[in-house]
Design a protein around this ligand. Structure first.
Ligand code: RI2
Length: 392
């Protein structure tokens, strides 16, 4: 059996292949389903003739909930009123880690909103206490997905406040978070307007994974009256491509779904590739969903334009200081649910890969379409404050 590697703040058990752990993971997934579907959910039929039985207990763990066995159903109720401010941060972190909240931009705005809500409900004794608890919350969120620079950029922007009083600190956090969320919505719109100019009437566009920035480019072209066709990859192992075809379908855009390894087979029909970004490094190198680099390579070989659509907060200031980007390795079970029948097999599941800037024609950002080599300027001009802080 495979077990997910547990992370700090996950729950108070050590990773082991014990029965208890298995049981807990099962209970946790039930609780997660409950959170997703509402505070009181019938999860499944309990078949052992227990219609008159009643059994209930309360969880000591996060999230606070009570579980009842009643009239043949297991009922799980989330006790929202018992949730402490930090529980809300833990809830967002769990959703980001499990990819219930995913996509570099969505992760960033969810983290900013979570920090804002935390600051508003936090019962701090003093300004120092407030600062300390905000740092703690930021730390928890930062550990959820190691590659996404959008997360650290968002949190740094929210945490960029200097205040003399507790009240002014609180309102500065709220202001910063709201400003970040609002700017990121505007950026998506602008990226769409700028990037869509590269799409011509009658073009076929290939996209990989599920990127709101890339979809903004495609949908803006479609809304402007251009007749386009999209080819979307499945994007194994998490199948984000299925989300993409759903979004495009709702917009009325003609779309074809292919398996990831069919990218080269269709590349000669493609006029432009547009993908999102998880990280853009100082030299314009792109870190994005696994499989992106193979698509870029085949686009390069077929002389097909390769465009990246990305908000400026996807650029990584720390790479200007020489830091490398950590590539997240996710659990094996996402690729092969049951590996137990093999004795000599190890599944590797890197979530992202690296595309050299030589394969990228342009990056569509909210401040303009730039060649990847100009990433240094974006970092200096848009995110330079972070460098100064790190260099001190
Ligand atoms: P937007 C996603 O990461 C994909 O790699 C996608 O290209 C990127 O985030 C950017 O998405 P994941 O969370 O911010 O699916 O453009 O691993 O929506």
């Amino acid at each position: 059996m495979n077990y997910r590697a547990l992370k700090d703040g996950d729950f108070p058990l050590r990773p082991s292949q014990s029965y208890m752990l298995n049981l807990w993971l099962f209970a946790k997934s039930l609780i997660k389903a409950c959170i997703a579907k509402g505070p009181l959910t019938r999860l499944f039929y309990y078949p052992l003739g227990t219609a008159r039985n009643r059994l209930s207990f309360s969880s000591r763990f996060y999230p606070p909930c009570s579980i009842r066995l009643e009239k043949g159903f297991i009922l799980i109720q989330l006790n929202k009123d018992q949730m402490k401010p930090m529980d809300q941060i833990l809830e967002t972190s769990a959703k980001i880690r499990s990819m219930e909240i995913r996509g570099a931009g969505r992760i960033a705005t969810a983290a900013a909103a979570s920090m804002r809500d935390f600051s508003m409900t936090l019962e701090a004794l003093s300004l120092e206490d407030f600062n300390l608890q905000m740092e703690k919350a930021a730390d928890i969120l930062l550990k959820t997905r190691p590659t996404a620079v959008s997360l650290s950029n968002a949190i740094r922007m929210v945490m960029k406040y200097r205040a003399e009083t507790l009240a002014s600190a609180r309102s500065a956090v709220v202001l910063n978070a709201n400003r970040f969320i609002e700017n990121s919505e505007k950026a998506l719109e602008r990226i769409g307007q700028i990037g869509s100019r590269r799409i011509r009437d009658g073009d076929t566009v290939l996209t990989h994974c599920n990127s709101l920035a890339a979809i903004s480019v495609i949908s803006t072209a479609h809304k402007s009256g251009k007749k386009i066709k999209v080819i979307a990859t499945e994007s194994r192992p998490r199948f984000q491509g299925i989300t993409t075809i759903g979004m495009l379908d709702r917009l009325g855009i003609e779309t074809e779904l292919i398996i990831d390894s069919a990218a080269r087979s269709v590349m000669n029909e493609v006029d432009l590739v547009v993908v999102g970004a998880d990280v853009i490094m100082v030299n314009g190198t792109l870190v994005n969903k696994i499989g992106t680099s193979q698509i870029a390579l085949s686009a390069h070989e077929a002389r097909t334009c390769f465009m990246v659509a990305a908000e400026t907060y996807k650029f990584s200031p720390r790479t200007i200081l020489g830091e490398l980007v950590t590539i997240e390795e996710r659990e094996a079970g996402e690729v092969l649910p049951d590996i137990s029948k093999y004795s000599h097999v190890r599944v590797r599941n890197p979530a992202f890969d690296v595309t050299p800037h030589q394969y990228i024609d342009l990056i569509s950002t909210e401040v303009g379409a730039i060649p990847p080599e100009m990433s240094y300027l974006i970092i200096r001009e848009r995110l330079g404050w972070e460098m100064e802080e790190d260099l001190i």
